[in-house]
Design a protein around this ligand. Structure first.
Ligand SMILES: C[S@@+](CC[C@H](N)C(=O)[O-])C[C@H]1O[C@@H](n2cnc3c(N)ncnc32)[C@H](O)[C@@H]1O
Length: 207
């Protein structure tokens, strides 16, 4: 079975080309939403080719992780500040090599829709570990549309996005938030009934 690392090693050189019309028409407008109200030490999990970089809040100290070295290589060019600061790391989101509470917040865009179902809760739990208590985790993710036409189209796309990206519309990431010991603050559609923005809070320890 092909792993996500193998998939993204294979597709990294073509990734931006394949995504460019979606990036222009859809994603560029969404990326700033990830960072609303965020500052300090931030983690961009599954940074990919670095498409979020130009939207990082001024003054924030951002680190990026990705499991694919070839995707990180692309990010190196797009995010020179992170590259020069040695803050791009090859890591798996389910097992991060950062001490507990290292970040004030974490974001990820289109990472959880490529993570297999059994890794949803472990990945959320790990982000919750490295973000300080009271900190925010914000995710942009595709979901299976409810509307008839969009739903039908999503099934037509499914074989390609599964093969190319390991992605699915059926991850239901928001359902895994309580299982990971985190609080779902908001789950709202930001593109029709197709893309959701999730805001998750890391619990403060009981005093
Ligand atoms: C669909 S791309 C999204 C990239 C980028 N966040 C964006 O918005 O364009 C998913 C990214 O997640 C990375 N990825 C997949 N599984 C991962 C894992 N278990 N840990 C860390 N990164 C992972 C892939 O290598 C890829 O770069």
């Amino acid at each position: 079975m092909t792993t996500n690392v193998e998939r993204y090693q294979r597709i990294a050189r073509f990734y931006d080309f394949l995504d460019q019309s979606f990036e222009r028409r859809r994603y560029r407008a969404l990326r700033p939403l990830l960072f609303k109200g965020m500052s300090g030490r931030l983690l961009d999990a599954g940074i990919g080719t670095g498409r979020n970089c130009e939207f990082y809040p001024p003054g924030a100290l951002v680190s990026g992780i990705d499991s694919s070295p070839a995707m990180l290589e692309q990010a190196r060019h797009r995010c020179p500040t992170l590259a020069e600061g040695n803050r791009l790391y090859q890591m798996d989101v389910t097992s991060l090599d950062f001490p507990t509470g290292s970040f004030d917040a974490a974001v990820s865009s289109f990472l959880f829709c490529v993570l297999p179902n059994d890794l949803q809760a472990p990945a959320l739990r790990e982000l919750g570990r490295v973000v300080r208590p009271g900190g925010t985790i914000r995710l942009l993710e595709y979901v299976r549309p409810q509307g008839k036409l969009r739903r039908a189209v999503s099934y037509i796309w499914q074989p390609w996005i599964q093969w190319a990206y390991g992605a699915s519309f059926d991850r239901n990431t928001d359902h895994h938030v309580p299982e990971a010991g985190l609080e779902l603050v908001e789950s709202r559609y930001v593109v029709d009934d197709l893309i959701k923005l999730l805001t998750v809070r890391v619990a403060q320890p009981a005093s």
